[in-house]
Ligand binder design. Structure first.
Ligand code: FMN
Length: 406
C-alpha cells in the first residue's frame, strides 16, 4: 500500500544516508564531566563502533577553537570502523589548502574512500580571532572559495600547478597523494545560511549542510542553493544535509515529558554559562539568526519540530529538536526526504545512548519506509503531497504555529 510518503526514496539517484557525531569523552551538554580527560580514546572508539554497528553512514568531527582535533579523531575513528565515513570539519584559517589536500587524500587512502570534508567559513569574528584570524566574514567566504578550488586542483592535477588568487598564491605545487580508488575528488560539504554560503556552496560543493528549519523555510533555502548551482552552470546540484536533535520515547506523552525535562536542564545550564545564554546577544552567523527568528513563530512547527531548545541555547549550533514517538520522528524525517534532503543528521542530548536508540528505532524505520516506497513506486500513481499532521502535545496547544499561518 502507498503511504502518504509516496515519492521515490532517492533524489539525484543518491541514497538517503544518516550522519551523527562521535564524541571524544562521556561529557554531554546536559551532564558535563569537567574532570574527564578531554579525549578518552576508549570512549571514542566505542562510540564510533556503535555508530558503525547501528548503521550510521557518517560521523561529523566538528571544529571549535578549543576542542579536540578533528583530523586525528577522524583517523582514529576510521581505523576502528568498517563503513562509517568521517566528515572532517575544516576552517580554512587553520591549515593551508595544499596541506589539507594531502591530509584528506591520506585519510581517504587509509580509510579506503571514507573521507569527507565539511567547510566552515567561520560564523563569529570573536571565535576566529581566538586562532589569529582577523578577516571579515565576507573575506572568509572569499578565502573559502579559493581554498576549495585549490583542493580540487591538488587532487586532480598530474602536473605541478600555480594558483594566483586574492588570498593564496601557490607556485609549482605537486601532490602525489590522490583520493582513494581513482576518485577525482573527496566529497566537499559547505554549511551556512548567508547569501555567500549559498553562492559558494551552491556553485562548488558536493553537499550543502543546513540546520533544522521548518519545511517551508528549508525548501526556500534549498531553492536558493539550487539556483546558485544553476547560475554557476552546474549540471548537477549539491546533496542537502539537514540537522536535528531528536527527543524520542516510546509514546508521544513520554517523549514530550522527556523534551520538557531536557529543556529545563538546558535552560538551567545556559543561564550559568554567559557565553551561550540568550542574554549574550544576537549570534553573528545567519544560520543561528534564522533559527531565533523562526523560534518566535511558535514552539512546535510542522509535525514535531520543536524550537524552545533553540531559544534556550541562543541557537548555538544545531539545536532544533524533533519530538515524539519513533513513528512521529520517522515521519518527520521522511517529510524532509520529500523536500530533497538525502543526508539526515541526528544527534541527541544523551549522546551515546541516543545514538544507539536512533540506530535501533529510527534508522531502520526510515529505511523500511523508503524500501516500501521503492517497491510500490512505479506500480502505483503518485499521490498528491500530503500536509503532515501535527502531533500537538498537551500544554503546547497555544504555541503551535501552523504551516499555513506564516
Ligand atoms: C551542518 C552544519 C555543521 C556545522 N559545523 C560547524 C562546526 O563544526 N564548527 C563551527 O564552528 N561551525 C559549524 N557550523 C556553522 C557554520 O558553518 C558557520 O556558522 C558558518 O561559517 C557561517 O554561517 P552563515 O553563513 O550562516 O553566517 C556548521 C553549520 C552547519 C549547517
Amino acid at each position: 500500500m502507498l503511504t502518504k510518503h509516496s515519492k521515490p526514496s532517492t533524489l539525484n539517484n543518491m541514497p538517503v544516508e544518516f550522519i551523527s557525531l562521535a564524541f571524544p569523552n562521556a561529557s554531554t551538554e546536559l551532564h558535563p564531566l569537567p574532570n574527564e580527560p578531554a579525549v578518552d580514546a576508549d570512549f571514542l572508539k566505542r562510540y564510533a563502533r556503535n555508530l558503525d554497528d547501528y548503521g550510521f553512514d557518517y560521523t561529523l568531527q566538528p571544529y571549535d577553537s578549543g576542542g579536540a582535533d578533528p583530523w586525528t579523531m577522524g583517523a582514529t575513528i576510521a581505523a576502528v570502523t568498517n563503513n562509517l565515513k568521517v566528515i572532517i570539519a575544516l576552517r580554512p584559517n587553520t591549515v593551508s589548502p595544499t596541506v589539507a589536500a594531502k591530509s584528506l587524500a591520506t585519510l581517504d587512502q587509509l580509510s579506503r574512500g571514507r573521507a569527507v570534508v565539511h567547510f566552515i567559513a567561520g560564523g563569529s569574528d570573536q571565535e576566529q580571532a581566538r586562532e589569529g584570524d582577523f578577516l571579515s566574514k565576507d573575506d572568509r567566504y572569499g578565502r573559502l572559495e579559493e581554498y576549495i578550488k585549490i583542493l580540487r586542483r591538488a587532487w586532480l592535477s598530474s602536473e605541478p600547478f600555480d594558483f594566483d588568487g586574492r588570498f593564496y598564491t601557490i607556485k609549482g605545487h605537486s601532490n602525489r597523494v590522490r583520493p582513494y580508488g581513482g576518485r577525482k575528488s573527496i566529497p566537499i560539504s559547505v554549511g551556512g545560511s548567508s547569501p555567500e554560503a549559498y553562492r559558494i556552496g551552491g556553485s562548488l560543493a558536493d553537499i550543502f549542510g543546513l540546520w533544522g528549519e521548518p519545511l517551508k523555510e528549508t525548501k526556500e533555502q534549498i531553492d536558493r542553493i539550487y539556483a546558485e548551482a544553476a547560475k554557476a552552470g552546474r549540471t548537477d546540484r549539491p546533496r542537502i544535509w539537514v540537522t536535528f536533535r531528536p527527543i524520542v520515547a516510546e509514546t508521544e506523552e513520554l517523549a514530550w515529558e522527556k523534551a520538557h525535562k531536557t529543556l529545563d536542564a538546558l535552560s538551567a545550564k545556559t543561564q550559568l554559562t554567559p557565553k551561550i545564554s540568550p542574554a549574550s546577544g544576537t549570534p553573528q552567523n545567519v544560520g543561528s539568526q534564522r533559527l531565533l527568528e523562526i523560534a518566535k513563530k511558535g514552539a512546535v512547527q510542522d509535525r514535531a519540530l520543536w524550537y524552545p531548545t533553540v531559544t534556550a541555547t541562543n541557537a548555538r549550533g544545531a539545536s532544533t529538536a524533533l519530538v515524539g514517538s519513533p513513528q512521529t520522528v520517522i515521519d518527520s524525517i521522511l517529510d524532509y526526504v520529500d523536500l530533497g534532503c538525502d543526508l539526515i543528521s541526528i544527534r541527541g542530548y544523551d549522546n551515546l545512548n541516543d545514538a544507539i536508540d536512533y540506530g535501533r528505532y529510527i534508522l531502520p524505520g526510515v529505511r523500511a519506509a523508503l524500501k516500501e516506497r521503492e517497491q510500490t513506486v512505479g506500480n502505483a500513481p503518485q499521490s498528491e503531497p500530503v500536509v503532515p499532521e501535527m502531533v500537538v502535545p498537551k500544554g503546547n496547544e497555544e504555541v503551535v504555529h501552523s504551516r499555513d499561518s506564516s
